[in-house]
Ligand binder design. Structure first.
Ligand code: ADP
Ligand code: MG
Length: 679
């Protein structure tokens, strides 16, 4: 429908000034308003006779204005009383400072009222009730009434009227994108019914039918877009790597340690993918420290032996360097691996670029520098992305475009529950490494309050004097926020001037340039910095085995999954490691969360608990992902509908039910989702 694409100001009842208010609510187009789902509903649906009205209850009734207004004026307030009757009794409506009411409630006219009843014997009163003219189409009274998220200047009444105008204008003309077959099979109501009833429900049953349908639609479109993306990749004639299995076995023999069973299983899955002519499109998910890099390098090794080039992209220079060094450790038999990062000197860069272009360099590890225009591969066979949640889909796709349908491998340490990974990574095959290399000691985790501070400091000093290093995390970088939270910059200064004056303290935060950040991290890796005070920027895959203490200030402000990731920075070497959480909050939920994290070391388990204790919007703590921007669906309570929608999407593709309208919606939805979930 054309109207839906138009700017909101073209709508009846919306002018330029209201358009501005709507924009504040994120409503730009007419369609946005249609999908502006009520926040809640008031049930004014049961109309009563006046004699049946109960004291103290919120009730609705219809009555005729049966007398002139009476006014009482005091210094501060003007009270107007107007009587209303329905043949069974009289109600006095009472209005404060609303002079206009006299000209609206005219004697003899019939209105519907909803409000809280006050009854003293035969005298019945209702103060400032909702009211409207009684006719066929009640919007504000005598029905289930929607309540919207709104903003100052846009009253609920205005909002309802505008939405109702819109619904009348589009009545019966909304196109149903869900194919009839699917609609029937999954008992979904039709879109015009659903839209009318989500805003102005006829009754509770209609409301729940409407809601189910719209939730389903949101999930369904998302699943379709992910499945289609997956299908389009699978259709590609991919790079086929000869003898991948044997070469992976050879690589295993080069390793100084035995792979875990989980690593072996994932490598088997990868080997199958590599040897098949389908393009591999696989996500390796696994807790921090489970050894994803070595698995990726095994895949790289086999690909190189098969005669192709490999690219590995990491989100930061430090990580790229780390992977580069690790690859040097394993690739002992003369594989020419190159490092390409922003700070690579120009002359060296030119040489590397030529080597890549002419196929002299079989593997390059780097940062975003890899997807720059001047990087050309001779025959890229495998594109690996590490900590892929730090990149967008676009960047992932950019890297694969450097070759001719190269195999794709992405790695992430962000543990998410299975149901969620279905939503987020529906286009990828998923391999899970759910086992840690042997010999890892449990990270001893303690949640403490302020009274423990001095003891904690003494303990840290002991660790430092034994030669260990410490991470110290603060939630903010400046003292500006009103919350009582420690800022990294201030805090580092106070440590340096106080108890830890004999140690080198580095500070890391988001306002540093990536160069400055990498310098600090490098110094920490080299042991020049003893205590690294940091915001959460440190959470991405950095590996410093000598660091044994992770202190987190204001731990109550982080998501559980995030705390777990931060904790994973320690416990990477031979020494016993510790995680100390300063919890500044007394709230019950905070305490529960602290108990959860001290008790469990399993990322997936923690992610599930995080969902239960916080709700999905907070899954990654500080909204860094804005993960779940659904308009109506709720990933937790609508989990069952999500599963059905997934099944329906699979059937839709199998039965070839995707027509032009549906395709258009999917495309739109998909691009929205890329923005929303930062895939
Ligand atoms: P992550 O999955 O967080 O990226 P890494 O790949 O950085 O984990 O691995 C962490 C460390 O564990 C590395 O130093 C790596 O060499 C080592 N490692 C990986 N797999 C094993 C294993 N099976 N046995 C022993 N050490 C391993
Ligand atoms: Mg890693």
């Amino acid at each position: 429908m054309k109207l839906l694409e138009k700017e909101i100001r073209y709508l009846k009842g919306v002018g330029e000034s209201r358009e501005k208010l709507f924009r504040k609510l994120g409503i730009k187009k007419v369609e946005d308003l249609l999908w502006h789902i009520p926040r809640k509903y008031l049930d004014y649906s049961k109309l009563k006779k006046i004699k049946e009205l109960s004291d103290g209850e919120i009730e609705s009734f219809v009555g005729t204005v049966c007398g002139k207004p009476t006014e009482i004026e005091t210094k501060s307030v003007k009270i107007i009383k107007i009587p209303v009757e329905d043949g069974t009794g009289v109600v006095t409506t009472v209005w404060f400072n609303q002079d206009y009411i006299k000209s609206v409630l005219k004697e003899g006219e019939v209105f519907c009222f909803s409000g809280k009843i006050e009854r003293r014997g035969f005298y019945i009163e209702v103060k400032n009730p909702e009211f409207e003219k009684y006719d066929q189409n009640l919007l504000h009274t005598g029905r289930i009434v929607p309540v919207y998220n709104s903003t100052e200047g846009l009253s609920q009444k205005v909002m309802r009227n505008i939405v109702n105008n819109l619904l009348e204008q589009v009545e019966g003309q909304l196109e149903d994108v869900i194919p009839p077959y699917i609609r029937q099979k999954y008992h979904l109501s039709e879109i015009n019914f659903a839209m009318r009833n989500i805003h102005f429900p006829d009754n509770m049953l209609s409301l729940s039918l409407a809601r189910r349908r719209l939730v389903f639609e949101e999930f369904y479109l998302l699943q379709l877009s992910l499945l289609l993306l997956k299908e389009s990749i699978e259709k590609n004639e991919g790079v086929k790597v000869q003898n991948a299995k044997e070469n992976i076995e050879e690589f295993k023999r080069l390793l100084p340690f035995e792979l875990t069973n989980a690593q072996k299983r994932v490598l088997d899955e990868i080997a199958d993918d590599l040897e098949s002519s389908k393009q591999m499109n696989r996500l390796i998910q696994g807790d921090v420290g489970c050894g994803k890099t070595v698995v990726a390098l095994a895949a790289a090794y086999a690909t190189i032996k098969g005669g192709y080039q490999v690219a590995l992209m990491a989100p930061t220079e430090v990580l790229a360097i780390q992977h580069y060094n690790e690859s040097k450790k394993y690739f002992k038999n003369g594989i020419n691996v190159r490092l390409l990062i922003g700070s690579t000197p120009k002359r060296e860069k030119e040489v590397i670029l030529k080597e890549i272009e002419y196929g002299l360099c079989p593997m390059v590890i780097g940062t975003h520098a890899l997807i720059q225009e001047d990087v050309k591969f001779k025959n890229l066979g495998l594109a690996i992305t590490d900590e892929q949640h730090r990149f967008g889909v676009i960047q992932r796709v950019e890297l694969t475009k450097k070759g001719n349908s190269p195999n794709i491998l992405v790695m992430t340490a962000t543990p998410i529950p299975r149901t969620l990974s279905l939503v987020l990574y529906g286009d990828l095959d998923i391999s899970i490494i759910d086992e840690m290399p042997p010999g890892r000691k449990k990270i001893l985790t303690y949640a403490v309050d302020e009274s423990f501070r001095q003891r904690v400091y003494n303990f840290i000093k002991k660790q430092l004097d034994e030669g260990r290093q410490v991470y110290w995390i603060c939630p903010l970088i400046e003292e500006s926020e009103t919350l009582n939270a420690k800022s990294a910059v201030e805090f580092a200064k106070s440590l340096k001037e106080g108890f830890f004056k004999d140690y080198n303290i580095g500070c890391l935060h988001g306002k540093l340039s990536s160069k400055e950040r990498d310098k600090v991290l490098q110094e920490f890796k080299e042991g020049l910095i003893h205590i690294l005070v940091s915001t959460t920027v440190v959470e991405v895959g950095i590996n410093v085995p000598n660091a044994t203490v992770m202190v987190i200030e204001n731990a109550e402000r982080f998501g559980l999954a995030q705390l777990h990731q931060l904790r994973g920075r320690v416990g990477r070497g031979e020494h016993q490691s510790y995680c100390i959480l300063f919890n500044q909050s007394d709230s019950e939920i905070s305490k529960k969360r602290m108990i959860a994290i001290t008790k469990s070391q399993n990322g997936f388990e923690i992610a599930e608990m995080d969902l239960k204790l916080r709700g999905p919007g907070d899954l990654f703590g500080t909204k860094q992902h804005g993960l779940m921007n659904f308009k109506i669906a709720d990933i937790v309570s609508d989990m069952e509908i999500l599963k059905e929608a997934r099944k329906a999407a699979e059937e839709t593709i199998k039965l070839k039910l995707v027509d032009k309208t549906l395709m258009e919606r999917i495309n739109k939805q998909f691009y929205n989702n890329i923005e929303n979930i930062g895939l």
